[in-house]
Design a protein around this ligand. Structure first.
Ligand code: AMP
Length: 220
């Protein structure tokens, strides 16, 4: 299965990608995580991406598409991929289709996780992420068992610098201007499943698994 998860920052794509990956045996690939890892390692790619990420802007397509293509070429993608945070504009969606076509593959389903804007702001401002394994927490909705420590790996939790309110606003603007058209792109391709992203992570997971199982295409 090749699945794309679409949704605004804070819609829960990372959390749900991990669940779908466990259910399907596919590998989850998040372009934001790839950039943050490159930044932590101090690589040229990380340095190129940093200025854009800090401002809440998209990293240029040329850099992002090349990074994604390299990652997709790794052997662990053979049993399926869950893409989280890519594609984020129409140029990236077209590039993804062409890359997969060359390998006689195609995107099977696109899950659009729909969440109202006030809820996105609330989630992002309370979000903490593990520096080591990237697991997300929320100070109210899903706090860690031990303050400041990841339940899964014991890693240190931190607030992403781009989760600050002013940067969040910019990221949401970029999302509505550049990423929202990608929803229509996949709707027209007949691949879109729209899922209500409000409620607990477990509720949203159940909706996504059910939608993927019966393949129902919501018209929202
Ligand atoms: P995310 O973790 O998905 O919220 O991504 C964090 C930041 O990484 C974004 O605000 C962008 O600056 C950059 N980024 C992640 N994915 C992409 C993408 N597909 N295209 C361009 N920039 C991206």
């Amino acid at each position: 299965m090749y699945i794309v998860l679409l949704g605004a920052p804070g819609a829960g794509k990372g959390t749900q990608a991990a669940v779908i990956a466990r259910e399907t045996g596919a590998v989850s690939i998040a372009t934001g995580d790839l950039f943050r890892q490159a930044l932590a390692r101090g690589t040229e790619l990380g340095k190129q991406a940093q200025a854009y990420m800090e401002k809440g802007l998209l990293v240029p397509d040329e850099i992002t598409i090349r990074m994604l293509e390299d990652r997709m070429a790794a052997p662990d993608t053979g049993s399926g991929v869950i893409l989280d945070g890519f594609p984020r504009n129409l140029a990236q969606a077209g590039a993804l289709d062409r890359t997969l076509q060359k390998q006689s593959r195609a995107i099977d389903r696109v899950v659009y996780i729909k969440v109202p804007e006030e809820e996105l702001l609330r989630r992002l401002s309370g979000r903490w992420v593990c520096r080591n394994c990237q697991s997300p927490y929320h100070e109210v909705d899903s706090p860690p068992r031990v303050a400041g420590r990841c339940d899964r790996c014991g890693g240190e939790l931190y607030q992403r610098p781009d989760d600050r309110r002013d940067t969040v606003k910019k990221r949401l603007q970029v999302y509505f201007a550049e990423t929202a058209p990608v929803i229509d792109y996949y709707r027209q391709a007949g691949k879109l499943l729209t899922v209500d992203g409000t409620g607990s992570a477990a509720e949203v997971s159940r909706r996504i698994i059910a939608a993927l199982k019966d393949g129902k295409f919501a018209s929202v």
